[in-house]
Design a protein around this ligand. Structure first.
Ligand SMILES: *[C@@H]1O[C@H](CO)[C@@H](O)[C@H](O)[C@H]1NC(C)=O
Ligand SMILES: *[C@@H]1O[C@H](CO)[C@@H](O)[C@H](O)[C@H]1NC(C)=O
Ligand SMILES: *[C@@H]1O[C@H](CO)[C@@H](O)[C@H](O)[C@H]1NC(C)=O
Length: 156
């Protein structure tokens, strides 16, 4: 009887230990691999930098969403320099699916930054990998917009 109990106890301890190890592995993979999506939104008709202009105005306080298969996965707002940055959970999002199923959508109307620009429609861009940096134990893969385009909202 006592032997049986101790066998059960040992099995329980082993089980708990492997659970803890699995959780630790998950936590470590969270720390080791990070995905960052960042870029700049410009206050132009297509949201892109104007290469023929000396300085293109930026689109600050614009809401930028990361949409994957129609769902908003993450969202943020551009700062005063028109820059946005979002850090994603790599467990939720597989890097390869990010580029095939996700897009960046700027939902704040362009007229907010320049009254002569449209007051409806969105800016949309696919994603491209900008690079991977390894900093200590961290492996940060950075993606950015491959190029915004204006999409008129169709109201019926
Ligand atoms: C880019 O800048 C040039 C010079 O300021 C201007 O003439 C042109 O219309 C701009 N293009 C766009 C797409 O805003
Ligand atoms: C506003 O947009 C128009 C049309 O693109 C452009 O000609 C004008 O220079 C812009 N104004 C500012 C302050 O950027
Ligand atoms: C960092 O992550 C990327 C994308 O997941 C991967 O291709 C690369 O091999 C990783 N690099 C290191 C040093 O772990």
């Amino acid at each position: 009887m006592a032997l049986k109990m101790s066998v059960v106890f040992v099995i329980c301890v082993l089980f708990a230990a492997s659970m803890a190890e699995a959780q630790l592995g998950e936590i470590i993979s969270h720390l080791l691999g990070l995905i960052r999506v960042q870029g700049t939104v410009f206050c132009t008709a297509n949201g892109r930098v104007n290469s023929t202009s000396a300085s293109t105005p930026v689109f600050s306080n614009a809401l930028v969403q990361l949409q994957c298969n129609g769902n908003v996965v993450s969202s943020t707002t551009t700062n005063n320099a028109g820059v946005f940055s979002m850090l994603l959970d790599p467990v939720q999002l597989v890097l390869s699916s990010l580029q095939s199923q996700c897009k960046l959508v700027v939902t704040t109307p362009l007229s907010t930054c320049n009254a002569t620009l449209p007051s409806d429609g969105v800016l949309i861009s696919l994603l491209q990998t900008l690079g991977t940096i390894v900093s200590g134990l961290l492996n940060i893969t950075t993606l950015g917009p491959s190029g915004f385009n204006f999409l008129q909202t169709i109201n019926n």
